[in-house]
Design a protein around this ligand. Structure first.
Ligand code: HEM
Length: 220
């Protein structure tokens, strides 16, 4: 889940082109990309104007990708989900946020959670027939059925260096019973990219001195 309300592009191929343009030495590459991907404009506008906060705890996170929830009777519903912060949201300008320094968000969430668990309400939004499920760059119109289904409670933060997250592949196609992927092509594309990333991360033993055989095994 990420905090934009819609994704940058409408297809995995478009996302690949965005990576090429963003890393190109050609000064016109981004301009050409934007001209060929009209769906990028709302994202660019959001990135310029969104109300920022100075804490991960104050942000909303969105699945953006659509999944299918299957009811006990076998009925299928296309859904997207979001986590809405229970913490009070304090807006901050992008300039003021930048002045807090590059590690502010990681430090702040660790301090905040050390003081008290942080909570988000999980809301599942159900598509109306005809809503686009295969395009995460398009938000569904307002007024869709939205259900509060639970809460995420973060009680502890662990650093990447000596925490267990290195061994987790955050593959969005691994879903519990009663949930499956929809016609949204992104989860499959993400699955392939995350597997490659996982392989690379798990081969970096030397950067994980407290959590690797290289360090003589397993102090956690
Ligand atoms: C709906 C769109 C997407 C969402 C919500 C999303 C969300 C996320 C999240 C939450 C993470 C974990 C970040 C962290 O560990 O701090 C992540 C990692 C990553 N994402 Fe995405 N992502 C999306 C699209 C994509 C696409 C289209 C690609 C490429 C095809 C991609 C490639 C990656 C890679 C390579 C990682 C690192 C994986 C790892 O090492 O575990 N993501 N993404």
């Amino acid at each position: 889940m990420i905090d934009p309300p819609f994704f940058t592009v409408s297809t995995p191929e478009g996302f690949y082109e965005l990576q090429l343009a963003a890393h190109s030495k050609d000064p016109n590459a981004m301009k050409a990309f934007v001209a060929g991907h009209l769906e990028f404009a709302p994202f660019a506008e959001w990135a310029k104007t969104a109300p920022w906060t100075a804490s991960y705890a104050e942000e909303t996170y969105n699945s953006l990708n659509s999944f299918i929830f299957v009811s006990a009777s076998g009925a299928e519903h296309a859904v997207r989900w979001s986590l809405l912060p229970q913490a009070q949201v304090v807006p901050i300008t992008q300039e003021d946020l930048a002045m807090l320094g590059p590690n502010h968000l990681a430090q702040e969430i660790a301090e905040r959670v050390a003081k008290a668990p942080q909570r988000w309400t999980m809301v599942v939004t159900v598509a109306d027939p005809g809503d686009p499920t295969a395009d995460p760059s398009t938000a569904w119109p307002p007024g869709r059925r939205a259900l509060e289904v639970g809460a995420l409670v973060v009680q502890r933060i662990e650093g990447e260096r000596n925490g267990p997250c290195r061994e987790i592949n955050f593959d969005p196609t691994i879903v519990p019973n009663g949930v499956h992927v929809s016609d949204d092509p992104f989860p499959a594309a993400r699955s392939a990219a995350y597997a490659r990333s996982y392989d690379l991360r798990t081969s970096e033993l030397k950067y994980y001195p407290y959590h690797s055989e290289a360090a003589g095994g397993g102090e956690r």
